[in-house]
Write a protein that binds this ligand. Structure first.
Ligand code: FAD
Length: 390
């Protein structure tokens, strides 16, 4: 019997496992892939993601991340540009996820890689997992974009995500948001002359790498220019269907949900990795503090509601009225919107949180900012269960 089982070793699962291990807890982390997998993702690391990674002990630049300075948006013949109001980076997800797995192992986490968990059943003293003999007192669901039996998310969504790495495409250090029929793509440089092209769309899915490139090139003159010499690094794009953008879990139950199993921000916001890391750390803090899963989910929902609403509105505007979206780019209001769609722009929602230091916990915990300083009247700190106090 392990104390906590974390199902899924993406950013959310690794962040939860690392935080628990550093708080002295026994953790088993299970992933269906034997090594860090490719993941459909724009690979844009926002300032929130960077600072959460630094808190965990990883520096994106030391992993080879490319610094991004600007944002260029294109639809049809129009192009608009702005500088990013915060430091951002491009880093391949496989590289990031591998570094997080290594860090988790070095913190004492037991990693079981190459095993798919088929379900989680309540057992007398916690959880019994299907597909593995692991039993645990607490279970954290971090399977991200992938459905998990018995734990449904939002009603079926028609949104599809596609990703393709491109060889030897030397781009300016900026992210290009490229509108096309049925969706938009993010194109940005990564290390070693490789670029990442990532699409979110509804409706007919382009077939193969050439179909994908043609769809994006057809959406704007800028895409036509940037992708004129594009050479796919893979034989097929990576795809994921049924993306529930805007989903926020508010159910009860004793399973702690984190990352995309807890909330799914529109990809346009480029803050999903930060939300995955922050929710993983916050769930770990909740477990250590003895907060139950339902309480944690409710607090998370309150915290991210404003960010989620703004991100949904921004994505809708870009899809429906790209000219208005582009006209606003570079204005003070737009820069404010970009900041407000970051986790760190949502400090007000932390007002009801409980101070970790008052709960007698410090060090590895508190990194999510979730259980931040008390403002106004805060309830007495909960008594950590059993072995919580060192
Ligand atoms: C099109 C698109 C573009 C995006 N672009 C960006 C971006 O540029 N920047 C950004 O910050 N965010 C972006 N996001 C969001 C970001 O990718 C996610 O929010 C983030 O990956 C969520 O992390 P996670 O750990 O919850 O899940 P994931 O990264 O999906 O990891 C889940 C892990 O669980 C494992 N797993 C799944 N099922 C099982 C099982 N049954 N048993 C065991 N293991 C299992 C998987 O192998 C995987 O390792 C984008 C999303 C999409 C769809």
């Amino acid at each position: 019997m392990t104390e906590t089982a974390v199902i899924g070793a993406g950013p959310a699962g690794c962040a939860a496992a690392i935080t628990l291990a550093r708080a002295g807890r026994q953790v088993t982390l299970i992933d269906r892939c034997a090594s860090a997998p490719e993941s459909v993702c724009g690979e844009f690391l926002s300032e929130d993601a960077v600072s959460l990674l630094r808190g965990l002990g990883l520096t994106p630049l030391s992993l080879g991340a490319v610094r991004l300075h600007g944002l260029r948006v294109a639809a049809g013949a129009r192009v608009a540009a702005a500088s990013l109001p915060f430091a951002a980076y491009g880093l391949p997800r496989q590289r990031l996820d591998a570094a997080l797995r290594d860090l988790a192992i070095s913190c004492g986490v037991k990693l079981i890689a190459g095993v798919t968990v088929q379900g989680a059943d309540p057992a007398p003293e916690g959880w019994s997992l299907r597909g593995t003999p692991v039993r645990a007192r607490h279970a954290v669901l971090a399977t991200g974009k992938h459905a998990f039996r018995g734990q449904p998310r939002a009603s079926r969504s028609r949104a599809v995500g596609l990703k393709l790495h491109l060889e030897e495409l030397h781009l300016a250090p900026e992210i290009a948001l490229l509108r096309f029929q049925g969706g938009y793509a993010g194109l940005q440089p990564g290390p070693d002359g490789r670029a990442n092209l990532c699409l979110a769309l509804t409706g007919p899915v382009p077939s193969g790498t050439e179909g994908l490139l043609e769809r994006v090139r057809g959406g704007s003159a800028l895409a036509g220019r940037l992708l004129a010499e594009a050479r796919p690094a893979w034989t097929r794009p990576l795809a994921v269907a049924g993306l529930p953008f805007g989903f926020v879990h508010c159910g009860t139950g004793d399973l702690y949900r984190v990352g995309d199993q807890l909330s799914v921000i529109p990809s346009l916001a480029g803050d999903g990795i930060a939300m995955a890391l922050a929710s993983g750390i916050a769930a770990a803090e909740s477990i250590v503090l003895g907060r139950n899963a339902a309480e944690f989910h409710r607090a998370w929902g309150r915290r991210i509601a404003p960010q989620m609403q703004l991100a949904m509105a921004g994505a809708w505007l870009f899809r429906s009225m790209p000219a208005v979206f582009m006209a606003a780019l570079g204005s003070a209001a737009f820069r404010g919107l970009m900041r407000a769609t970051r986790l760190s722009g949502q400090s007000a929602a932390r007002a009801d949180a409980v101070s970790l230091s008052r709960a007698g916990l410090s060090g590895a915990l508190g990194a999510s900012g979730f259980y931040g300083p008390i403002r106004g009247t805060a309830p007495d700190p909960p008594r950590p269960p059993g072995r919580a106090r060192p």
